[in-house]
Write a new protein. Structure first.
Length: 524
């Protein structure tokens, strides 16, 4: 069976009603797949996961190149690394965790039964499209969920091809048909239909703030993430040469499209000169005042950040600004005198441009690092290069971030690939960032547990639950035909409920927010 057969195509009719109806059909097939998948044992589940991870690894280089060719930004070799990291290493990290079998706690007289979410609607970004697609699909399969993916329009073709490949591998390994589906032509009405449908059990949103807030306003459970804007503080106790090299390596990785990349470098006057020399040796160009102003004008305009600069290399950006640099330049460092709304360069920049602020003291440096995250990126990530544990603790307590990376590149470290944090391409920003989860998102967030709790009285017997499995009653319905509403549906399609107001916004406002994320930002 081919991926074309098991993965429904999206109707591109001009009729909004037809698109909404198509969404209902895809969700019906996904719901059937989730119902079937929940009956699989752990051995069968992991066989599917392994097959999909192998396919993801096999095609990592191909899709790294395809995404760069389609979007025009990023580094193919670095995207290959990210695509590989979200294959076998991701599976290996969670291999010893069981999301299929019941857990028996004899001491507390509690038995826990895993209950998958069911149907997951997953939004993927333009910056890390294939790695995020791999990540979310594998997490869904580990927890026996079905997933429907909505790709970013700027990387639609690559995303569709990657999803087809994963779906084909999953079905060949025994997964139910339609366990992985993708919207081949995502539109605002379709995304709204998926978000609001009662057949969607969970929305897993990775993207800009408007899209994440739209997910939270949908009336369905949602896990959303916020933007990054990581400050990195280099303390006087740091190993300056190592710190500079790690910062440049991190900021130049995939031309800085990871939301975990360092955005504003903060240090103190006593090591400013030494740090700048080390940065230059690592491949950075330190901009003059005139060059900083050129960068500022190029990167920011009245409507916001210049999306044409996203993921472009440092020499290209310098050329667009009329700044002469060697072709080997890896990042551009822009010294700024202040941090705040009036200084645009202290905001998130998904390109290899790093702001540099020199503070008068350690206390002032920490205060400015806190200000960076309060400007934007609250709850996301921060980094510090330091050899004094007390300073590290103080800094970590001041910045409003749920990941503080120490003496490591922040791009990879916060995502769990240069530290022992959980590997992820979906970063929870928690209470600081108005998100429901503060840790790195993993499979544990896609399954809940029914807890069977016995009387705590020691005189009441607990019983023997080891080896017992959940029983399912009744035969399964046949899979709904592609393009035809499922005959064995548990419930008939219903009209999507109206969304509650989002900060007082109307439904038109919600559509505008979604449009901001879906528009073809990089159309040439």
């Amino acid at each position: 069976m081919t991926a074309q057969q098991v993965e429904p195509l999206v109707d591109i009719s001009n009729s909004d009603a037809a698109r909404v109806g198509r969404a209902e059909m895809m969700l019906e097939r996904a719901r059937w797949a989730a119902t079937v998948f929940e009956r699989y044992d752990r051995e069968a589940t992991m066989a599917i996961v392994e097959a999909v991870a192998a396919k993801a690894h096999e095609h990592a280089a191909h899709f790294g190149e395809a995404v760069v060719a389609e979007s025009g930004f990023g580094v193919a070799a670095h995207k290959k690394i990210k695509n590989e990291l979200t294959a076998h290493p991701l599976v290996d990290f969670y291999r010893d965790q069981d999301f299929v079998n019941a857990r028996v706690d004899e001491a507390r007289k509690i038995v826990e039964l895993p209950r998958p979410a069911g149907v997951i609607f997953a939004l993927t970004p333009s910056t890390n499209p294939i790695a995020t697609l791999h990540f979310k699909a594998i997490l869904a399969l580990m927890t026996r969920n079905a997933i429907v993916i909505s790709p970013h329009p700027a990387v639609r073709e690559s995303s569709v091809a990657a999803a087809h490949a994963l779906c084909e591998a999953a079905v060949a390994a025994g997964a139910p048909e339609a366990v992985i589906q993708i919207l081949e032509h995502p539109t605002i009405p379709m995304v709204e239909a998926f978000m609001h449908s009662p057949k969607t059990n969970l929305i897993l949103a990775t993207g800009g703030t408007p899209m994440v807030r739209a997910a939270y306003s949908s009336s369905n459970p949602a896990i959303g993430v916020g933007p990054g804007n990581a400050p990195v503080y280099v303390d006087a106790t740091a190993e300056i040469t190592k710190a500079a090299r790690r910062i440049v390596d991190s900021k130049s990785f995939d031309n800085s499209v990871l939301c975990t990349n360092e955005s504003v470098l903060i240090t103190t006057q006593d090591i400013e000169k030494q740090l700048k020399i080390a940065l230059k040796s690592a491949g950075a160009h330190i901009c003059s005042d005139d060059e900083v102003e050129r960068l500022r004008r190029f990167l920011f305009h009245p409507r916001g950040f210049n999306v044409g600069a996203i993921g472009r290399d440092a020499s290209w950006i310098a050329g667009e600004c009329g700044i002469r640099v060697p072709s080997s330049t890896r990042i551009l460092v822009a010294p700024i005198g202040r941090i705040g709304v009036e200084e645009q360069l202290s905001r998130e920049k998904l390109c290899p441009v790093l702001a540099l602020h020199v503070a008068k003291s350690r206390d002032a440096a920490m205060t400015q690092a806190r200000a960076v995250l309060r400007l934007t990126g609250a709850g996301h990530s921060a980094a510090i290069h330091c050899r004094d544990e007390a300073v590290i603790m103080r800094y970590s307590g001041m910045v409003e971030a749920y990941r503080v990376i120490v003496n490591a590149p922040c791009s990879q470290g916060a995502a769990g690939f240069a530290t022992n944090l959980a590997p992820t391409f979906t970063i929870g920003t928690g209470y600081f960032g108005r998100s429901s989860i503060g840790e790195n998102i993993g499979p544990q967030h896609l399954v809940h547990w029914t807890r069977i709790a016995h009387n705590s009285d020691k005189g009441e017997p607990f019983g023997e639950y080891h080896g017992l499995k959940r029983e399912f009653r009744g035969p399964l319905a046949h899979a709904p035909a592609d393009g035809v509403p499922g005959a064995g549906a548990a419930q008939s399609p219903r009209h999507a409920p109206q969304s509650p107001a989002l900060d007082g916004a109307s439904k038109d406002e919600l559509r505008r927010l979604i449009a901001e994320e879906l528009r073809d930002l990089l159309r040439k």
